[in-house]
Design a protein around this ligand. Structure first.
Ligand code: ADP
Length: 498
C-alpha cells in the first residue's frame, strides 16, 4: 500500500480548509492593508492638526506683532487669548526678542530655555516640534513676530497636547478596526454561505447517502443534483452500487446453481448405485419366480385338487405376479438402454396409457377422463420420443392419480406452449403434503402401505424424463388434489419444479 504524506486538508473539513486557506489569508491581507492605511491616515491626521495650529498662529501673528510694536500689553493678551477661539490650542505664549515671556494663556507654564527661545526668535523661521510642557508631551509651533519695519521683535509659541492628536488617531484606528472586522465578518459569511450554496449542501446529501449505504441500506440510491461534478460523482456512486448489487446477485445465482448441481449429482450417483443393485437383484429373482409361478400353474391344471390347495396355489401365483411387477419396476428404474425415439402423437400415447390403467381405475372406482386440444392443434402434438418408455411415465402418473382420487376423478390432458409440449394428470385426491414434496422422486419413497407401493413409480418417471431432456412439475390441482405436468423439450436435463 502506498503511503501518502498527509496534507492540511486531511485534518480539516472542507469548510475549515476554506477558512484556513481563503478566509485567513484574506484576513491577514486585510489586516496588513488596514495597518498600512492606518499609518497613512495617522500621519495625515498629525499633519492636519499641525497645520491647524500653524493656521491659528498665522491668524493671530499680525495683530500680535502690531500690539507688540505699540507695546500694548492688553491687546497682546487679547490677541493671544483669541487663539483659543479659533482652534484647538492647549497653551499660547509670547516672548520678546530676548526670550522673556511677556504674555501667556492656557493651562501650564512653558519651560523652554531662554537661549533656545532667543535662537528661535533670531532665526526668523516658523517651525513645529515636539517637546515637554509641565510633564505633558506637546507639539509646539513657533512663529517669529515682526514690527512694521520687518524686524523681529518677539516669538509666538502655540502648543497642542500630543494626546489630543493621539485621541483622534485612536478614534480613527478604532473605526478602521471596526470597519475591517465587519468587512471580514461579512466576507467570511459570504464565503461560507457561497460554499454551502454551491457545494456544501450537495456534499452533505452525498455524504448522507453514502452513510445510509454503509449502514446497510443497499437499495438506497442517490438523487444526483447540484453542480455537474457532484452530479457525476452521484451517478458514478449509483453505478458502483448497481455493479456491486449485480455482482452479488450473480454470485448468489451461481451459488444456488452450484448447490443444485451438487444435489443433482448426489441424486444421480444415488440413483445409479440403487439402479445397479436393483438390476442385479431383479435379474437374480426373475428366473426363480417364473419357475415358482410355472410350477404352481402346472399343479393347478390338475383336476383332482382340494379346494383349499387350489386357493393356496392361486395365492402363490398372485404374490408371484406382484413380485414380478416389482421386479419389472426395478428393471424399468435401472434400465439405461438407448432411447428408441420416433415421432409419436401425444393424444394416442395418452389413450394407450389410459387404457393400460383403466382396470386399476375401475377397481378404485375413479372416473378417468381425457381432455385434448380441439381440431388441428391436436395434429401439432407430434413429438419425437421413445413411446414405450414415455407411456410408462404416463401409466405411473395416472396410476398414482387414480389411487389417490379413489372414488373421485382423474383428468389427463395435453397441449403445446411455444416450442414445448406438455402432458398433465390432475386428480381430486388429498394432494401432496408439503413435508414429502422434496422426497417424492427418491427411489423407494412411498406413503402407501406395504404391498401397495414400491416407491419406484416417480423415480422411474424422473429417469425417463431425464433421458428425454424433459422436465416435470407438480402442485395443487384445480380439481382439489395434485397435478403432475410433464414438459418435453429438447436438450435439457430434467428439472423438478414443486
Ligand atoms: P408409489 O406410488 O409406489 O408410492 P411413487 O414414486 O409413484 O411410488 O409415489 C411416491 C409417493 O408420492 C406416493 O407414495 C404418494 O405419497 C405420493 N404421490 C404420488 N402421486 C400422488 C398423487 N397424485 N396424489 C398424492 N400423492 C401422490
Amino acid at each position: 500500500m502506498l503511503h501518502r504524506i498527509p496534507t492540511l486538508s486531511d485534518y480539516f473539513s472542507l469548510r475549515s480548509a476554506l477558512v484556513i486557506s481563503v478566509i485567513l489569508p484574506l484576513a491577514m491581507a486585510m489586516g496588513l492593508t488596514g495597518y498600512l492605511l492606518l499609518q497613512l491616515v495617522e500621519r495625515n491626521i498629525e499633519h492636519r492638526m499641525q497645520k491647524d495650529l500653524e493656521l491659528v498662529a498665522r491668524a493671530i501673528q499680525l495683530p500680535l506683532s502690531h500690539s507688540m510694536e505699540l507695546k500694548r500689553q492688553g491687546s497682546v493678551l487679547r490677541a493671544v487669548e483669541s487663539a483659543f477661539s479659533i482652534g484647538r490650542v492647549y497653551s499660547a505664549y509670547v516672548y520678546d526678542r530676548q526670550g522673556r515671556r511677556i504674555a501667556s494663556a492656557g493651562r501650564s507654564e512653558p519651560t523652554p530655555e531662554q537661549e533656545r527661545l532667543t535662537e528661535l526668535a533670531a532665526d526668523g523661521k516658523q517651525r513645529g516640534e515636539y517637546g515637554n510642557v509641565a510633564g505633558r508631551e506637546v507639539f509646539s509651533y513657533f512663529v517669529p513676530l515682526t514690527d512694521s519695519g520687518g524686524r523681529i521683535n518677539g516669538l509666538l509659541q502655540l502648543t497642542r497636547r500630543k494626546s489630543d492628536i493621539q485621541e483622534d488617531v485612536r478614534a480613527v484606528r478604532a473605526r478602521v478596526a471596526l470597519g475591517l472586522g465587519l468587512g471580514l465578518l461579512f466576507m467570511s459569511g459570504l464565503v461560507l454561505f457561497g460554499h454551502h450554496r454551491a457545494l456544501g449542501q450537495y456534499l452533505s446529501s452525498l455524504e448522507n447517502s453514502m452513510s445510509r449505504v454503509a449502514e446497510g441500506d443497499q437499495n438506497h440510491r442517490l438523487q444526483p443534483h447540484g453542480p455537474k461534478e457532484i452530479v457525476n460523482i452521484g451517478r458514478q456512486f449509483n453505478r458502483m452500487l448497481d455493479t456491486i448489487e449485480e455482482a452479488k446477485a450473480e454470485l448468489r445465482e451461481r451459488r444456488i446453481r452450484q448447490m443444485q448441481l451438487q444435489a443433482q449429482l448426489r441424486q444421480t450417483e444415488k440413483l445409479a448405485a440403487i439402479g445397479e443393485l436393483a438390476a442385479g437383484v431383479a435379474h437374480e429373482l426373475g428366473t426363480p419366480l417364473s419357475v415358482v409361478s410355472g410350477k404352481a400353474q402346472r399343479v393347478l391344471r390338475k383336476s383332482a385338487l382340494d379346494a383349499e390347495i387350489v386357493e393356496t396355489l392361486r395365492d402363490i401365483r398372485r404374490e408371484v405376479d406382484r413380485m414380478e411387477h416389482i421386479i419389472r419396476q426395478l428393471l424399468d428404474f435401472s434400465r439405461c438402454n438407448a432411447l428408441r425415439k420416433k415421432p409419436t402423437c401425444l393424444t394416442q400415447l395418452i389413450r394407450s396409457a389410459v387404457s393400460a390403467v383403466s382396470e386399476d381405475a375401475e377397481n378404485h372406482r375413479t372416473c378417468l377422463e381425457t381432455v385434448f386440444p380441439l381440431g388441428n392443434a391436436n395434429e401439432a402434438l407430434q413429438i419425437n420420443l421413445d413411446s414405450v418408455r414415455m407411456e410408462q411415465v404416463l401409466v405411473n402418473l395416472i396410476r398414482n392419480a387414480v389411487q389417490s382420487a379413489s372414488g373421485g376423478r382423474a383428468v389427463v390432458s395435453c397441449g403445446k406452449k411455444e416450442n414445448q409440449a406438455w402432458m398433465q394428470v390432475d386428480d381430486d385426491g388429498p394432494g401432496i403434503p408439503l413435508e414429502i414434496e422434496t422426497k417424492l422422486f427418491e427411489p423407494f419413497f412411498t406413503t402407501k402401505s406395504v404391498g401397495h407401493g414400491t416407491g419406484l413409480g416417480l423415480a422411474v418417471v424422473h429417469g425417463i424424463l431425464r433421458d428425454h431432456g424433459g422436465s416435470i412439475e407438480f402442485g395443487k390441482s384445480r380439481l382439489g388434489g395434485a397435478f403432475f405436468r410433464i414438459w418435453l423439450s429438447v436438450d435439457h436435463e430434467p428439472t423438478i419444479r414443486g
